[in-house]
Structure formats: structure tokens, C-alpha cells
Design a binder for this molecule. Structure first.
Ligand code: SF4
Ligand code: SF4
Length: 338
């Protein structure tokens, strides 16, 4: 993908390495809402260092939105997202996680599409796969890229299992990965899935949907001052070192504002998180979005994550477009075969 590189990461540390510096608090949306140290990486790490059990920290583990903002700021290089996911898998199973696990074990696997000439495959994620019109726009906005296939198994059940802490049967992961190995590049909409695909498929280039779309010159040409460009935080923080420059350049080139703070950490909308996946939006979510918009003169909100649309619509009247919709004028007429 032009302009995007992947670098070798230093080995991550565990909670045992936490020094208690509190830097993670500054970027954590859960800390911002609760002001309760127990609900932060600092709190979880110190509790575990002093012998707390998983039951003691269960509410804190469940509250984490997995936005990943704390990871790039941690001076001890602790794998904070992986640690939170590991703890979530260790929580007592719930009806949700048990049902998910059973379904993944018993469901008849989808037919494998092994042969595809496309160099690139798109994994659209839940929100996009439910919106075929937007999905067509995404595909058109990505351009040819050596041919793009839409994965027929896009792993939505695996993404949900990762989110909730359900155990994913190894055969389900293998069935999901087998057809993806033939592609050179995967464009992935779900930030949590992207983080895992990097580890599962080290020989495949894994690019976030937002970075792929915003690399396209026709998309960049349509961004302007007055836009608030909302970066999807999970994928961004999973590839922070590489993407900081990408988004800095995008901002300098177009004049748009972004949901990035002074350290270039993405301010999360908190929309992609466990409770919100099940439709349990809270007043804290609306407060976070209002805070994100506060003091800004925004003419248009440009979102990378389609899940952000209804959330912004609840708190403002500003026009909202998905980044792929910036190229709507170049779309083929409805019904034209792609
Ligand atoms: S991943 Fe996000 S919500 Fe979770 S502890 Fe880190 S900053 Fe807070
Ligand atoms: S930033 Fe890292 S080292 Fe500092 S308190 Fe948070 S988890 Fe601990």
C-alpha cells in the first residue's frame, strides 16, 4: 500500500512491568468518564501486582473499550490490549460467550473460496456487511489495487468472540484464515480483528480500511478544512508508529481536523466496544462525543468506522459522510455490474 510501511515491533511486556506512572490515564476514555483508578491499566496492573484475583478486577476488565490508546503512551511497552483481552477470556463465561463458542464449534462451515486471482481481499466487518450500498462505495473508492475480492467469510463471529472474551475454536480460526493466505494484501475494517490478523498471517500485508481509503489520491482531494476526520482508534493504535506519519501528512495536505490529541493519540468515540456492540449505548458515550466536538468549528464529519454514524447523529446535526462516500460522484450508476 503506497505510503504505508510495517515495522518490526519490540517485544511487549506484561502488567508486571507497570511502574505506576499513570500516563495511560491521560488517554483512557474509561478514566475520563469514571475518574476511578481501578478502571485503568494502571489500576489493573497494580491490583494484579498486589495479588488481586480476576474476580476482583472483573468490572474493570469488562469496562475497557479496547480502543488501544493506552498502549503507545505506556513507557514500559506493556501489551495493554493483549493483556486486557487475555483477562477478558479469563472471566467466568457468560451466556453470550458460551453461545458464541458453541455456535462456532457446531455451525456448518461456509464453503471455502480458495481460488481467487485478486491480490487484495476486503474484510468489511459487521457494520459494512449490513450496508451493501456503502460496501459497493468502499470497493469503488479503493480502486483496482490489483483486483479486490470481498471475503465470503469475513470473521464477524471471531471479531465478536475476541471482543467478548469467548474462546475461538482453533478449527474455526484455521477455516477463516485458509482462503485469506492466498492474498497479498488484506484490507480490514474491524480494528480488533486487524490486530489479530497481523499475528496470524505474518506474510500477508494487513492494512486498515481507513488507512487504505485515505491513501487514495481522489479521496484525499475531497477532504478540506472544516472537516473533522474521525480515525478508527483500534486499527490506528495497533499500527501507531507507522500511521502517525500517514495521518500527519493527510492533515497537512488537506487542512482537515482530526480526533487526534497533541501526542497523536486517537480520541475514541467508544462506539466499538462490548456494550455498544449489543446496542447498550450509555450517557457516557454521548458525553465523549460531545467532548470530542466541543470548541471545534466543524462543517462535516468524515468517519472511517460506519458504527460512528448513528452515534454522532445522536449528539449533533453536522453532516456525516463515510470516507468512501467522499467519492460518491465517481460511483457507477445503481445496477451497473462491478
Ligand atoms: S484500551 Fe482504551 S479503554 Fe482500555 S484501558 Fe486502554 S485507553 Fe482505556
Ligand atoms: S502507562 Fe504503563 S507503566 Fe504507566 S501506569 Fe499505565 S500501564 Fe503502568
Amino acid at each position: 500500500m503506497p505510503g504505508l510501511t510495517t515495522g518490526a515491533a519490540a517485544p511487549k511486556q506484561t502488567y508486571a512491568a507497570c511502574s505506576g506512572c499513570s500516563l495511560c490515564l491521560l488517554v483512557c476514555p474509561v478514566w475520563r468518564h469514571t475518574r476511578d483508578l481501578r478502571y485503568t491499566p494502571h489500576g489493573r496492573a497494580k491490583a494484579l501486582q498486589h495479588g488481586a484475583t480476576i474476580a476482583d478486577i472483573a468490572p474493570s476488565v469488562a469496562a475497557c473499550t479496547l480502543c488501544g490508546a493506552c498502549e503507545p503512551v505506556c513507557p514500559e511497552n506493556i501489551g495493554l490490549v493483549d493483556m486486557a483481552l487475555e483477562l477478558r477470556r479469563a472471566l467466568p463465561s457468560s451466556t453470550i460467550t458460551e453461545n458464541l463458542h458453541t455456535r462456532m464449534q457446531t455451525e456448518k462451515p461456509r464453503e471455502l473460496v480458495i481460488k481467487s486471482a485478486a491480490a487484495t481481499a476486503l474484510l468489511p466487518g459487521m457494520a459494512l456487511s449490513w450496508n451493501q450500498v456503502l460496501l459497493a462505495r468502499v470497493r469503488a473508492a479503493l480502486g483496482n489495487m490489483g483486483g479486490i475480492a470481498i471475503a465470503n467469510d469475513h470473521g464477524a463471529d471471531i471479531a465478536l468472540a475476541l471482543e467478548t472474551g469467548a474462546i475461538v475454536p482453533p478449527q474455526r480460526i484455521e477455516h477463516f484464515l485458509a482462503p485469506l493466505r492466498q492474498h497479498k494484501t488484506l484490507v480490514v475494517a474491524d480494528g480488533l480483528l486487524l490486530r489479530h490478523l497481523r499475528a496470524w498471517l505474518p506474510d500477508v500485508e494487513i492494512v486498515s480500511l481507513g488507512a487504505a481509503l485515505s491513501s487514495r489520491a481522489p479521496v484525499r482531494a475531497r477532504l478540506r478544512a472544516g472537516d473533522l476526520y474521525v480515525v478508527e482508534p483500534r486499527a490506528y493504535h495497533a499500527d501507531y508508529e507507522n500511521l502517525v506519519t500517514h495521518y500527519d501528512n493527510l492533515r497537512a495536505e488537506t487542512g482537515c481536523a482530526m480526533n487526534l490529541d497533541l501526542q497523536r493519540i486517537a480520541i475514541s468515540t467508544t462506539v466499538s466496544s462490548m456494550p455498544r456492540r449489543f446496542g447498550w449505548e450509555t450517557a457516557a458515550d454521548r458525553e465523549q462525543l460531545r467532548w470530542l466536538l466541543k470548541g471545534r468549528n466543524v462543517c462535516r464529519i468524515v468517519i472511517e468506522n460506519e458504527e460512528d454514524r448513528p452515534a454522532f447523529e445522536r449528539v449533533c446535526m453536522i453532516p456525516i459522510v463515510h470516507v468512501a462516500e467522499l467519492m460518491a460522484d465517481e460511483m457507477p450508476p445503481a445496477g451497473t455490474p462491478s
